[in-house]
Design a protein around this ligand. Structure first.
Ligand code: GSH
Ligand code: FE2
Length: 284
């Protein structure tokens, strides 16, 4: 089975969003759609999601699923917006409830439901969804976040923030619930996929300004700059050392509040005002 895969790139966050479709039935799933957020003026817009809807309409596709691979830390998810526009069901890895509990505690978010009710369906290892004649199977893929899942659709695997392109390495593992050891295990699971698998990554930061790239093969990933020649211990040591140098993603403190609520922007108060919380620290 060779599904059609169309990628949409969000330049400000380096995110790749996908429409994966069954060429026979013209049914599709949307993976990791981005909701635009202008941090400086606190404004949500829907340019990315609307571009995806335009594409879906132009191709005459029916959306069967709106899927997130993990609770993103660097951008807002457009899953809820697209659900509202299309009625299509949403899904994410079931372990998102553990991430909800971690951040509810850290941010003091008593109103956040931590049972995953924000999505139509919560997915676990080996669950299978259907998109026309295609089967979407779920692989638990912790490491970058503990709730990360990989979606396999025919010969395509949406590996999101596990491996980036070979010249960009691997995803960070320093967010709460992340683990370099888990990421190594997940990379092992990716390495055991069939050799012909098309790997679609979740970000491309275009090192040295090279053209956008998002698809790789297992053979190409042997040269991944964080993996080549490393054993588990070397990988874990290097990953953790690099993680200690990385600043928080620009949108992280705001994105998690939206994404752990299924991509809902903050509710309006009686006066129609909406707020996100900004945790601060005092440091000298
Ligand atoms: N500069 C970006 C960094 C985003 C970031 O940390 N991305 C995560 C994935 S959500 C990652 O794994 N980055 C790997 C790296 O920067 O080495 C931003 O502020 O949004
Ligand atoms: Fe991520």
């Amino acid at each position: 089975m060779k599904p059609d895969v169309k990628a949409f790139h969000d330049e400000p966050t380096g995110s790749i969003q996908y429409v994966v479709s069954d060429p026979v039935s013209a049914r599709c799933a949307i993976i990791d759609p981005v909701l635009d957020f202008d941090r400086a003026c606190g404004r949500f817009t829907t340019n990315n999601a609307d571009a995806i809807l335009d594409f879906v309409k132009a191709r005459g596709l029916v959306i069967d699923w709106i899927l997130d691979t993990h609770p993103h830390a660097d951008h807002m998810s457009a899953a809820h917006y697209l659900h509202g526009r299309t009625g299509a069901p949403t899904a994410i890895g079931a372990r998102v409830t553990q991430v909800q509990r971690i951040w509810q505690e850290r941010y003091d978010l008593p109103e956040l439901h931590t049972d995953g009710r924000q999505w139509t369906r919560l997915l676990g290892e080996a669950d299978v969804l259907t998109v026309g004649a295609l089967e979407v199977s779920v692989i638990n893929a912790p490491g970058h976040t503990l709730a990360t899942v990989i979606y396999r659709v025919g010969d395509a695997a949406f590996i999101n923030d596990t491996l980036f392109m070979p010249d960009s390495g691997t995803a960070r593992t320093d967010f709460p619930g992340g683990s370099a050891e888990d990421l190594w295990q997940t990379i092992g699971a990716i390495r055991s996929l069939p050799a012909e698998t098309r790997l679609f990554t979740g970000h491309d930061y275009r090192p040295q300004g090279r053209p956008l790239a998002f698809e790789s093969s297992l053979a190409e990933q042997q040269a991944n700059i964080h993996l080549a020649g490393r054993d588990q211990q070397q990988f874990v040591n290097e990953r953790q050392a690099r993680d200690r140098t990385l600043p928080l993603p620009n949108l992280m403190l705001m994105a998690l509040q939206v994404n752990l609520d299924g991509g809902r922007w903050p509710r309006a108060d009686a006066a129609g005002r909406r707020f996100l919380k900004l945790p601060v620290e005092i440091g000298w």
